[in-house]
Design a protein around this ligand. Structure first.
Ligand SMILES: C[S@@+](CC[C@H](N)C(=O)[O-])C[C@H]1O[C@@H](n2cnc3c(N)ncnc32)[C@H](O)[C@@H]1O
Length: 323
């Protein structure tokens, strides 16, 4: 259990050999701690997360959060924030810089975080799939989990843990991409066989199939509201669906920037999927062909591609009906 007493000592991160956290497949690095997370955890993947971090800042008008974060974190010296699946830790560090009185902890299964951080920011290595996260009830004022649902096997259980760790009135922010894609403003299902960017849709269909084989519910982002409601632990559930353009054909400056960032992130995602697909039984030559053909759809301007982003914030209910 982590407490405020050991917080300042930084004594819970004795990483002698960082390589012990990784194994390699097809030239990419993966996490030992979360075997069902088959996206890489290496430089290219950090770059993809950086692009998405910048994208979020564009859609949030320069901020890294939505909802009443400022109100939630004001008053008092002992405000605590948790970033689950923190990656390199950009969100945790920037939040720490903006709210310098707040203690921010970022958690991940691999030690890829910044080594120089603001004084009240720290990182921890553990698997957030645990059914008992190592903090006391009500310890946190704000919990953030972004672009990590592919690594969470039981999302309803995860939300119950988040609810347990939040103080009454504390806030959760969840941000995840939709795993179904759009072309010319229409969803995949509206394209009849043979029409639309087939290779683009096929790679996403295959990705969803692989995640399902790994025990990941691919519909979680679309179901945020219901999942939060079913815990009976949250109020003020605010759900937003952002349409994210993909590519370079926009004239409005924000749409152009966001489209470029999403395009570059997708371009990095395609080769990152290869180890997962091969590991789960698809022939390597077929995977290479699928990726090349999907790249052709991504690089061509025959269709206007777009992705959707699910953004939700909610507050921890004061009265706990489970007790
Ligand atoms: C795509 S990155 C996103 C990083 C960060 N949240 C962001 O938005 O920039 C996903 C991160 O989640 C981590 N992750 C995946 N499953 C995890 C788990 N079960 N517990 C902790 N971290 C996990 C990965 O190691 C990776 O660093």
């Amino acid at each position: 259990m982590f407490t405020d007493d050991n917080h300042d000592d930084n004594q819970y991160l004795p990483i002698d050999d960082p390589n012990m956290f990784y194994y390699e497949m097809h030239g990419r690095k993966f996490s030992f701690l979360n075997e069902s997370y088959l996206l890489p955890v290496d430089e290219d993947e950090i770059q993809r997360s950086d692009l998405l971090h910048r994208l979020i800042k564009f859609i949030f008008n320069g901020r890294i959060y939505c909802g009443p974060v400022r109100e939630t974190l004001q008053f008092g010296d002992y405000r605590n924030v948790l970033d689950l699946g923190t990656g390199k830790g950009s969100w945790a560090v920037e939040l720490s810089e903006e709210f310098c009185w707040v203690r921010v902890a970022g958690v991940d299964v691999v030690p890829i975080q910044f080594t120089e951080v603001p004084p009240r920011c720290r990182f921890e290595i553990w698997d957030i799939n645990t059914y008992d996260m190592p903090y006391e009830d009500g310890h946190f004022d704000l919990i953030h989990a972004r672009f990590v649902h592919e690594g969470i096997r039981d999302y309803p259980g995860f939300l119950r843990q988040v609810g347990r760790l939040l103080r009454p009135g504390g806030m959760v922010i969840l941000i995840e991409p939709d795993l179904w894609q759009f072309a010319d403003g229409k969803p995949e299902r509206e394209f009849t066989f043979g029409s639309g960017p087939r290779a683009w849709f096929l790679i996403w269909e295959t990705y969803r199939g692989c995640l399902s084989m790994l025990g990941i519910d691919t519909t979680v982002p679309q179901q945020f509201k219901r999942l939060l409601e079913e815990t009976d632990l949250f109020d003020n559930i605010n759900v937003h669906e952002g349409i994210i353009p993909v590519g370079f054909n926009h004239t409005e400056p924000t749409a152009l920037t966001v489209g470029q960032l999403q395009w570059m992130a997708h371009d990095l995602l395609l080769p990152a999927l290869k180890p997962m697909f091969v590991h789960l039984g698809i022939l390597e030559s077929r995977v290479d062909r699928m990726i090349q053909e999907a790249q052709r759809d991504l690089y061509s301007s025959d269709f206007e591609l777009s992705s959707h982003l699910h953004i939700v914030w909610a507050t921890r209910r004061s009265y706990d009906p489970l007790i």
